[in-house]
Design a protein around this ligand. Structure first.
Ligand code: PLP
Length: 396
């Protein structure tokens, strides 16, 4: 792997130099007002990125997975029912965590490559007339398959059946890169991490809690200590943590939010869409298909590309790393060996994406796949040329 090349994995993502520098700090007293000047702006920044004016933001020394655990253990009790679709590796792992916490998991099995069916959720909730289901879980962007689900539609389905369940959304690979509307969608807990859209290294589990989710903390009996948001809330009131916080990472998060908000969230989302669309044009030019089964499901942060039957897609990732020093993502779980992934989120530009597309072409040609050098690059170039002006308008 060359430190000069960008990575094309869907997290951890490339880190802007300014953010790396912001993380590199001399020690400061994490119980002093100076720490509050980092903590509170970071929390306020995350709240804005979530498009919320009300979410209580908690930031744990953890990763996204700790955010899942925070959502579950603070709001639920053993035996509670939760409703969740399994359509990829990340929803699968969240289900596994629910089961290990003795929750009663109603799983909607969904083909890998498909999105969450809001209609199916709606039917199940409508049939749950005694409201046994306490929480509805949804992975907004399935990073394993490159599939984006419609959270607004899930909220509408919940409202149609007048169901009081809480809505928990895994936005680890969408928040800060793809439109996410905490308030408008009535999200109760949003989960993310530092190493994807926020362009930091791994180390922070970031959650937003609604007032309803906060209220649920007083009745929830699942065991929690490290991830107890009530301890965190008390700490925050005194510019502190219940333990020692990673001050440098929090300072990086503060800057990351400033950068995203200065670019403008809508511009950030448009940039991700445009970069992703160029990658999709390249994939089509190669004559290859996405794991996502229809265009409306295509993720703007990661593309999972199906390789021909009998070919081990992992070879692409290994060869790219060993020969060209470039990182792509392997297929996970059910699609291991069947897809490789190009991550195109965070600190990413059209020009960077072109280098990833060009590298993928060299790798596939080396490995004997029927891909003409330059075909995907040309398709992406044409798209980027024709959409550049539209981008400048956004930036202006
Ligand atoms: C990366 C990712 C996670 C896991 O986050 P960690 O930070 O690795 O714990 C969870 N969900 C999704 C959708 C992800 O992309």
């Amino acid at each position: 792997m060359s430190a000069q090349n960008p990575v094309f994995i869907p997290g951890p993502t490339n880190i802007p130099d300014e953010i790396r520098k912001a993380c590199d700090m001399a020690t400061l007293d994490h119980r002093s007002p100076a720490f509050g000047k980092i903590l509170h702006p970071a929390r306020a920044g995350v709240q804005q990125v979530l498009k919320s004016t009300t979410a209580e933001v908690f930031i744990f020394p953890s990763s996204g997975t700790g955010g899942w655990e925070t959502a579950l253990t603070n709001t639920l009790s053993p035996g509670d029912h939760v409703l969740v679709a399994r359509n990829g590796m990340f929803s699968h792992r969240w289900i596994d965590m629910c089961q290990r916490h003795d929750l009663n998991v109603e799983i909607v099995e969904t083909a890998w490559g498909e999105g969450i069916s809001a209609d199916r959720y709606g039917e199940i909730l409508a049939a749950d007339t005694d409201h046994r289901i306490k929480a509805v879980l949804a992975t907004h962007n399935e990073t394993a398959t490159g599939v984006l689900s419609d959270i607004g539609a899930i909220r509408k389905a919940m409202n149609r059946s007048n169901h009081p369940a809480l809505l928990f959304v895994d936005g680890v690979s969408s928040i800060g890169s793809i439109d996410f509307r905490f308030d408008e969608w009535g999200v109760d807990v949003a989960v993310t991490g530092s190493q994807k859209g926020f362009m930091l290294s791994a180390g922070l589990g970031i959650v937003g809690f609604s007032a309803r989710a906060m209220a649920a903390t007083s009745t929830a009996t699942l065991l929690r200590t490290y991830f107890d948001v009530r301890d965190m809330e008390k700490g925050y009131a005194n510019n502190a943590y219940p333990y020692t916080p990673p001050v440098g990472l929090l300072n990086g998060l503060k800057l990351s939010c400033e950068m995203l908000l200065e670019e403008g969230l809508e511009n950030v989302f448009a940039r991700h869409h445009r970069i992703a669309e160029g990658v999709r044009q390249a994939i089509a030019a190669w004559g290859m298909e996405l794991c996502a089964v229809s265009p409306d499901l295509c993720s703007n942060t990661v593309s999972a590309i199906k390789t021909p039957d009998g070919f081990d897609a992992t070879e692409i990732v290994n060869h790219a790393a060993s020969k060209y020093g470039v990182a792509f993502g392997v297929g996970l779980g059910e699609v291991a060996g069947k897809v490789f992934r190009i991550g195109h989120l965070g600190k990413m530009t059209d020009v960077m994406a072109l280098s990833g597309i060009a590298t993928a072409e060299m790798v596939m040609a080396d490995l004997g796949l029927d891909v003409r050098l330059g075909s995907g690059v040309a398709a992406a170039q044409e798209y980027y040329r024709s959409s550049a002006e539209q981008m400048q308008k956004f930036a202006a």
